[in-house]
Design a protein around this ligand. Structure first.
Ligand SMILES: [Fe+2]
Length: 530
């Protein structure tokens, strides 16, 4: 029986009224169960046949109460199965005292091999309705039925609310998580990967993917798949599909729902694919896609499109922020580089020094096992490491002869001056130790603080090696450039005294071709300027 018919049967049981569910053809679909000692009589085929015969009439004319046999009545209630929409009838049997004394009662007992007297005692407890009670009983059943329907309506409303609430909660929770990660501006791939993974956990799709333009990446476009994605076709075909979809998106475009019976590409994925454009700063920046729904309902629902829509908006805002951040960073680094170059240019012997130190520092970082991301930070430290020279008089910086103690004191201040100039610039916070400590010595005795060993921050130790290498390799007011072999052996010899021995060792592995090209370029520029 359906849930609703069950509810009705349970209520009728309280009134001693067994019920049968009758099909449209008048067939008994389900009968009463668990009636204790009365079960065998109530479930007997003989009684069931009589009910079936009486119910058959209900389909020939408007169902009304019918007499099964003297003292026994069958009352109809119309029902509809909400799941299938099919109509059927519930037949309620009401017994009166006459029903348990007549021939039919005895016949049913015999057919079910029941003792008539014993059964009489059991069924008599249910035989509580007189013929005259029928109208009020039918009215009571109608009220009962209406109440159940009302309750069911409320249940459905609560169910719908609860599902909607659940969707809303999931959506808010997803957007909250994304909102918290929106500042991962230097790691767009990680943010987009996280987004795809979160969506995968919430939606019933076999794959979630995002394709987006990568202006600074090695390729023009990146594609990210949620970690558990199961693609329905080879990855290359899938990327072709995504690229075709992305190329087809115009700025006024709305989402696309690709049908599996559509284009050749759509056939590849073999299911509905939903593709939401990701708009950043008014331009199409990418596509968020989901496909191969694994659910009873293979079609994309409005709840799913809503969630993908909201997520695509977040992705758009994120990618827009990434572009702004990149632009700002490039502008900032451009300014810092120009500043450093201007300081280098104060002395013809140090022209291009910061650029070369930056290049060498990032190569040494990689040779020493640091990540590309760390190497980039070391490179920036290299660009700005001598910014403090802006506070040292030019006459001192460019003095060809030996410096006096006082002059040398002025030179020794440049790491701290540089540190003070840059310390309030948040994006440079992590490179400050490189600026402050690039003249410290591994064994101690350097400046400004004279600290030693690993107390000297890594960026400082690293810059110390490459700063010295470039200084020795360049012409100076007081001496010409020193030959490569001698410079390298000097670096090796000073491992453990001036330099961190591991970094001095790692430096020997750096390929200096790019450095030599840079030196040649700087020299050419110098000649042009002269
Ligand atoms: Fe310096």
């Amino acid at each position: 029986m359906t849930e609703h018919a069950d509810q009705l049967a349970e209520r009728c049981r309280v009134f001693g009224l067994p019920v049968w569910r009758i099909s449209i053809e008048g067939k008994v679909l389900a009968g009463p169960t668990d009636w204790g000692p009365a079960t065998t009589w109530i479930e007997s085929p003989a009684l069931r046949n009589r009910i079936s015969a009486a119910a058959a009439d209900w389909y020939r004319q408007t169902p009304t109460a019918v007499q099964l046999f003297p003292g026994a009545w069958l009352l109809p209630i119309h029902e509809t199965d909400t799941a299938t929409g099919n109509s059927y009838l519930v037949a309620v049997m009401a017994l009166g005292p006459q029903a348990v004394v007549g021939e039919t009662f005895t016949e049913i007992c015999h057919s079910a091999r029941l003792d008539v007297n014993a059964t009489h005692r059991v069924i008599s407890r249910l035989a509580r309705y007189d013929d005259g009670d029928l109208d009020s009983l039918a009215a009571t059943l109608r009220v009962l039925h209406t109440d159940i329907q009302t309750l069911r309506g409320h249940d459905e409303t609560v169910g719908v609310f609860s599902r909607e609430l659940n969707h809303a909660y999931e959506q808010i929770s997803l957007l909250y998580k994304l909102g918290r990660s929106m500042n991962w501006l230097t790691k767009p791939d990680e943010f987009i990967q996280t987004t795809c993974n979160l969506l995968e956990g919430m939606l019933e799709f076999s794959w979630i993917a995002a394709m987006y333009a990568t202006p600074h990446g090695p390729t023009a476009r990146s594609i990210v798949l949620s970690e558990g994605s199961a693609l329905p076709c080879p990855r290359a075909d899938f990327e072709r599909l995504a690229a075709t979809l992305l190329d087809g998106v115009r700025e006024d475009h709305w989402r696309t729902i690709l049908e599996p019976d559509g284009s050749d590409l759509a056939k590849l994925v073999g299911s509905q694919v939903i593709a939401e454009p990701v708009m950043a700063g008014g331009h199409v920046a990418g596509l968020l896609m989901a496909g191969n729904k694994v659910s009873d309902d293979p079609d994309v629902t409005s709840v799913e499109t809503q969630l993908l829509d909201a997520t695509a908006d977040y992705l758009g805002a994120f990618l827009h922020n990434v572009a702004l951040y990149d632009e700002q960073r490039d502008m900032f680094l451009g300014t810092v580089s120009a500043l450093s170059a201007a300081i280098d240019a104060k002395d013809r012997y140090t022209r291009g020094h910061s650029e070369r130190v930056a290049w060498l520092a990032s190569r040494l970082a990689i040779a020493a096992g640091m990540t590309a991301e760390q190497a980039e930070r070391v490179r920036i430290a290299g660009i700005v490491h001598d910014v403090g020279k802006i506070g040292v008089p030019e006459a001192v910086l460019q003095k060809p002869g030996k410096l006096t103690d006082k002059e040398f004191d002025l030179i020794r201040q440049h790491p701290v001056i540089g540190y003070n100039i840059l310390k309030d610039i948040a994006p440079l916070n992590d490179v400050l130790p490189g600026v402050r400590y690039h003249h410290e010595r591994w064994a101690g005795g350097g400046y400004p603080e004279g600290i030693a060993g690993e107390r000297i921050p890594l960026f400082g130790r690293l810059l110390a090696v490459v700063d010295t290498f470039d200084a020795m390799s360049s012409n100076r007011a007081y001496r010409p450039a020193i030959a490569r072999d001698r410079v390298l052996s000097e670096i090796a010899n000073c491992a453990g005294t001036q330099f961190d021995p591991e970094l001095a060792e790692a430096f020997s592995a750096v390929d200096l071709t790019g450095y030599d090209e840079m030196v040649a370029r700087h020299a050419a520029r110098e000649r042009e300027a002269a």
